[in-house]
Design a protein around this ligand. Sequence first.
Ligand SMILES: Nc1ncnc2c1ncn2[C@@H]1O[C@H](COP(=O)(O)OP(=O)(O)OP(=O)(O)O)[C@@H](O)[C@H]1O
Ligand SMILES: O=c1ccn([C@@H]2O[C@H](COP(=O)(O)O)[C@@H](O)[C@H]2O)c(=O)[nH]1
Length: 244
Amino acid sequence: MAARGSDLKYKRLLLKLSGEALMGKQPYGIDMSVADRLAGDIAEATAAGAQIAVVIGGGNIFRGLSGAAKGMDRATADYMGMLATVMNALAFQNALDHKGVPARVLSAIPMPTVCESYVRPKSLSYLAKSQVVLFAAGTGNPFFTTDTAAVLRAIEMNCDAVLKATQVDGVYSADPKKHPDAKRYDRLSYAEVLANDLKVMDGAAIALARDNRLPLIVVSIDEPGNLLKVLRGEARQTIIETTG
Ligand SMILES: Nc1ncnc2c1ncn2[C@@H]1O[C@H](COP(=O)(O)OP(=O)(O)OP(=O)(O)O)[C@@H](O)[C@H]1O
Ligand SMILES: O=c1ccn([C@@H]2O[C@H](COP(=O)(O)O)[C@@H](O)[C@H]2O)c(=O)[nH]1
């Protein structure tokens, strides 16, 4: 009999979930039915033998740039954005708990009465025990995004890839929400994404992934079961990786 997880293309994956997508059809906050569905996808993936780390954005609650545009000090607004990601991580831990999936929230900004602080060896040992780790508060530094935090943690955790589950089903020649005729790519190099300014992830995240040869996969968050499909190499996706 095949060993558990041996049919998977990726064994250890960092899943980056869009905060905005967690809103579902609501105008703000978290739609727990969306969180439940995604938690079900993770339960399926861990049962298949995958080890899953998660970073959740904060766009459903607060983005630093929006605060700065209203006159707030940018760094203060960014700290508020990072706190929003902690709220999302706690809600998602709850959804995983309801599915019987053991999960730990580790925050880059220490808040010991709320959750554990991020410590790399501790996170690695949770992953090795097949517990889901939810990395909260981004990188812990203002002027960054959760995309960069996702790539950073994925490298630290020796993940095989970052999977960005977002509101579009891949990377296009332009934002498909604004340009319905944009061309979708199956595969791109980091250089192509950076040179053409394809904004599905920020430049700092792409450059960090490139320098560490970490594959980035972009899929739709709305397609149930997509996580297992990616793990098996069967999803409709765009992969950004070293080419040639
Ligand atoms: N070239 C492109 N290809 C695909 N999507 C693009 C492109 N340019 C811009 N986008 C937009 O990027 C969005 C995904 O990135 P965004 O940073 O908004 O999401 P996120 O980081 O997942 O969300 P959040 O900040 O809510 O957590 C897509 O919803 C899409 O509209
Ligand atoms: O390392 C980080 C990560 C995030 N932020 C702030 O949080 C919000 C929400 O994150 P998104 O990636 O936009 O979903 C972001 O707008 C920043 O304000 C941060 O400062 N540092």
